[in-house]
Design a protein around this ligand. Sequence first.
Ligand code: URA
Length: 423
Amino acid sequence: MDVIEIIQTKRDGRTLNKEQIDWFINNFSAGHIPDEQTAALAMSIYFNGMETDELTNWTKAMVSSGVTLDLNSVGKHTVDKHSTGGVGDKVSLILVPLIASYGLAVPQLSGRGLGHGGGTLDKMESISGWTASLSEKEMLTQLREIGGIIAAANENINPADRHLYALRDVTHTVDSIPLIASSIISKKIAEGTDALVLDVKTGSGAFMVELENARELAETMVELGENSGMKTVALITSMETVLGKTAGNALEVSESLEVLEGGGPEDLIEVTLALAQEMLELTNIDADPSEMLASGKPRELFEKMVSAQGGDLSKGLPEAEFKKTIEASETGYISKLDCRSVGIAAWRLGAGRAKKEDPVSPTAGVVCLAKPGDQIRTGEPVLELHGDNNDSFDSAIEALDGAIEISEVAPNNYPLILDKIFT
Ligand code: URA
């Protein structure tokens, strides 16, 4: 077998068999395939897609490139959630302790943000002392004793994905449905969870801007998860505007604490509870997660999760030194607050990174003082920009050009939960 034959098979729109896939992923993981040949294969997959069995074999081979966590010793049912990423998406910070409060184990291994979407680890790292690095033993102990972890995936989990993702990033082959689906599902299988709820985002702030593409990605991932022995359900949720009121690391932790303490914005609560309900159903628990949220137990559990990873919430969260507001240019109703533009503004203020190695600011970001549907008068603030220095504001303000629309009549509500995909 050789790599030329494998590239040719895919380039010509044919299906790779299991032997070809195993051979390729093994040799790729061992560093024996030059990057240009892997990039050619990724581009061929991008244009020609993958058949169901082919994608399942590809995903299993990716899992086998590294270790799989064995969560049996935790002694609890395991269930996780994965979001395809959005602006202001701080749901995991509320959902992990909420679900762990039922005695379930939630092994959330997350990534850092890249581009205009935020990363869960970046948000948690704005908490004084908190570390994302846990050894496998520490993960198992925390899952057993507390029930929830939010941590960085260990280097030994799915190394093939890490290397392939870096190549996809520089060859513009990230937005391929089979490549995204196999990347996400293989990481979740390697994490060892029995069940998974996917939050597939669609709208201007999401990877999949069009609903049809989001649905295809959701269907592909649900089928792939189920074919790999993991109970999988997906909700498709809207990213037409920011989720909640904040986009930025410490800002989002603070908003998550508000929800855990019984307050917070309705849209964030609605999406969190919808995902929680799906996680409970997958683990056969018949309960209303809004009651658990109101009980205060998830707030206590979050505190335990943070302390177990060295964090100290009593030190408070850092706040930006510089702030600027963007005001309404007319009186009326906010009819649009473009999600992607706010995400790019938060990113340019310092909340996100352009390259994997870049640092992020814990304090930079955007607070939405008004959201679609709200009434506003000329001159009233719509957005509050937070930055660490005055120089970052001009390019953030530029990103917001045309992002806010105001109409005379109240706009229709954005539906937040657009579809559910299951087998
Ligand atoms: N997130 C992932 O983990 N992988 C992808 O390919 C895209 C988004």
